[in-house]
Design a protein around this ligand. Structure first.
Ligand code: DX5
Ligand code: ZN
Length: 226
């Protein structure tokens, strides 16, 4: 079964004083998911937002909330994010010693678990967890900030992961996050989900930016075996 491409605007580059309006604007512009970056000042240097903000935003849209936890000890926040209405909850493999336990607890609270990796981490580190997750998030920048340049040397991870998941049923979605523009998206055309912050939110026309991302990977259908 073919998996269609999802575009997930990352709120990190949106106007934080108008989060609800920004979500509605990208929904109207054709977004499939809303990507929410959670930072703790420890796993990454910056701080962003947490469950109370996600909970307030939940009634604003029906689109899935794709929550990317760039935090140490994510196990302490699983329940709060479930109550806040997260749909996908992604942890970093580098942040935890027992990823499988946390993945199970995310599932037990009816969310879809995801696993992510820093640019310096090899895809091999994810291998044991691929059958247990719904999403693999490939970082194509160092996590922690929006607006960074796409790291070309990370694109091959998408091809490697596509190969690794092809025998799995169901197989997790493959997402890419960091420096995704209409140009760089072509390098990761085998991904199922394009997370994009500044390219969308710094654009004066969100619908145009989203359609440019979709169009830049049109060759996907013919190359993607899924
Ligand atoms: C970076 C975040 C990304 C970020 C992407 O740590 O995980 O989601 O918002 O922003 P851009 O698309 O501007 O690189
Ligand atoms: Zn992110």
């Amino acid at each position: 079964m073919s998996k269609s491409l999802r575009v997930a605007p990352s709120l990190l580059s949106s106007d934080f004083s108008r989060l609800g309006e920004e979500i509605q604007a990208v929904e109207k512009a054709g977004a499939d998911w809303i990507h929410i970056d959670v930072m703790d000042g420890h796993f990454v240097p910056d701080l962003t937002l947490g469950p109370p903000v996600v909970k307030k935003l939940r009634p604003v849209t029906k689109l899935p909330f794709d929550v990317h936890l760039m935090i140490s000890h994510p196990e302490n926040f699983i329940e709060s994010f479930a109550q806040a209405g997260a749909d996908y909850l992604t942890i970093h493999v580098e942040a935890v010693s027992k990823p499988l336990e946390i993945i199970k607890s995310i599932k037990s609270l009816n969310m879809k678990p995801g696993i992510s990796l820093r640019p310096s981490t090899s895809v091999e580190a994810l291998k044991p967890f691929l059958p247990a997750v719904d999403l693999v998030l490939v970082m194509t920048v160092e996590p922690g900030k929006g607006g960074q340049a796409f790291l070309n040397n990370q694109a091959d991870k998408v091809r490697q992961l596509r190969e690794m998941v092809k025998s799995l049923s169901p197989s997790p979605l493959i997402a890419v996050d960091g420096g995704i523009t209409e140009k760089t998206a072509k390098q990761v055309a085998l991904a199922d989900v394009l997370v994009s912050g500044s390219f969308i939110f710094k654009s004066s026309d969100y619908a145009l930016a989203i359609s440019q991302l979709r169009n830049s990977v049109t060759q996907r259908e013919s190359t993607n075996p899924v």
